[in-house]
Design a binder for this molecule. Structure first.
Ligand code: NDP
Length: 347
């Protein structure tokens, strides 16, 4: 059985969907109440591969909210993640994806040191960040959407915002090794880590977001921002392709400007319907077909019976593993979302 640990994008979002989630009493409550909400497990989810194989899984809502990090409610945030993991394990789930901020909180606050949650000893091999599949999907989106927009990669400058992160570094590695892009701009706040990445890649130019945006033909957004940032479209090149891979989405506005094309990044479409409520709750355009690539990774690991933490730790995603999960993704009927100018996910 596969599992998906997820969370909502904001307190406002959580209040709006509290009833659907099974927390009606929290619909009018503030952050304090959400800090004390227990994890919730949802009805069985059946997924059918295009090979005909069927698997079953569960969605686990952790009740983590990005505001917990912004408000420095770190203890609450970390408790949410380990409690959800223990809940998934107690329900016999073999492989569970840590969606959105779950894996970021796990890594940044060294939660691998917490092995026991009440009477459950966490078995980390039952969990995956899902980041290898997410990075694979984003890279495919860059190539396919550039072609649709007639952006020639050999003439293109690509900026990766969140370049030193787990997903961002994998995207940079893949773009450097597998494409002939003209220039790669590396964006993050920590300069030292940018220089280390540049040395590993043997190229790429560290740059601030402000300096990079006017130069970029393609911007990949994979920063761990708790809120989206506003971008002045007047400063962007035309055409400009923006692949918004963050969760919550890193761009905070709907773009409707000639020549600026937005693609929801790190999202796949399945070839067959999936009968579940949760993708409605996170406002997917086609909720029965579209899914975060990290969640799809746990489905793939279940289809393949690879019950192992396929994506784990930080900045260790190899091109070989991206190829492997990519083959599995195609084999079971997932394809990267390619609907340009799809509105960003909103609360
Ligand atoms: P990491 O924590 O590993 O990396 C985050 C990166 O963002 C780092 O390079 C960090 O560098 C950078 N960053 C953070 N804040 C800023 C800022 N204000 N300006 C510029 N750079 C910034 O995160 P992941 O790679 O695991 O995840 C990245 C994003 O992808 C998250 O939003 C996550 O929720 C989302 N995600 C999406 C999935 C999907 O299926 N679509 C699946 C999993 C994650 P520095 O701190 O030096 O600035």
């Amino acid at each position: 059985m596969f599992g998906l640990i997820g969370h909502l994008t904001s307190l406002q979002h959580a209040q709006a969907v509290a009833r659907d989630l099974g927390y009606p009493e929290y619909a009018t409550r503030g952050l304090d109440f959400w800090c004390s909400a227990p994890p919730q497990i949802f009805d069985p989810i059946q997924v059918t591969s295009i090979t005909g194989q069927q698997i079953e899984g569960r969605y686990v809502e952790s009740c983590f909210l990005p505001e917990m990090l912004a408000a420095k409610r770190i203890k609450a945030a970390t408790r949410k993640i380990v409690n959800a993991m223990a809940h998934a394990q107690k329900h016999g789930i073999d492989i569970t994806a840590l969606g959105g901020f779950s894996s970021i909180v796990f890594e940044n606050f060294h939660l691998s040191q917490i092995q026991r949650v009440r009477n459950v000893t966490l078995e980390f091999e039952r969990f995956t960040t899902g980041n290898t599949h997410t990075a694979y999907v984003i890279c495919q989106q860059v190539v396919a959407a550039a072609e649709t927009l007639s952006i020639n990669l050999s003439d293109a400058t690509v900026a990766v915002c969140g370049a030193t992160g787990d997903i961002g570094s994998a995207v940079c590695r893949w773009l450097s090794a597998r494409t002939n892009i003209k220039e790669l701009l590396l964006i993050a706040r920590n300069r030292e880590r940018l220089c280390l990445l540049q040395a590993e890649l043997g190229g790429g130019v560290p740059m601030t977001l402000d300096h990079a945006l006017p130069k970029a033909d393609i911007v990949v957004w994979v920063a761990s921002m708790t809120k989206g940032v506003g971008v002045d479209p007047a400063r962007l090149k035309r055409p400009c392709l923006m692949i918004d891979g963050g969760y919550p989405k890193n761009l905070d506005q709907h773009f409707n400007y000639d020549g600026v094309h937005i693609l929801k990044g790190g999202i796949v479409e399945h070839s067959l319907d999936i009968d579940w409520r949760i993708m409605n709750i996170v406002n997917m355009d086609v909720p029965n077909r579209q899914i975060f690539a990290c969640f799809a990774e746990s489905m793939l690991l279940e289809f393949e019976q690879w019950h192992t933490n396929f994506s784990w730790g930080r900045n260790q995603i190899s091109l070989e593993k991206m190829d492997l999960i990519g083959q599995s993704s195609r084999r079971h009927g997932f394809r990267p979302l390619l609907d340009l100018n799809a509105a960003p996910l909103v609360a």
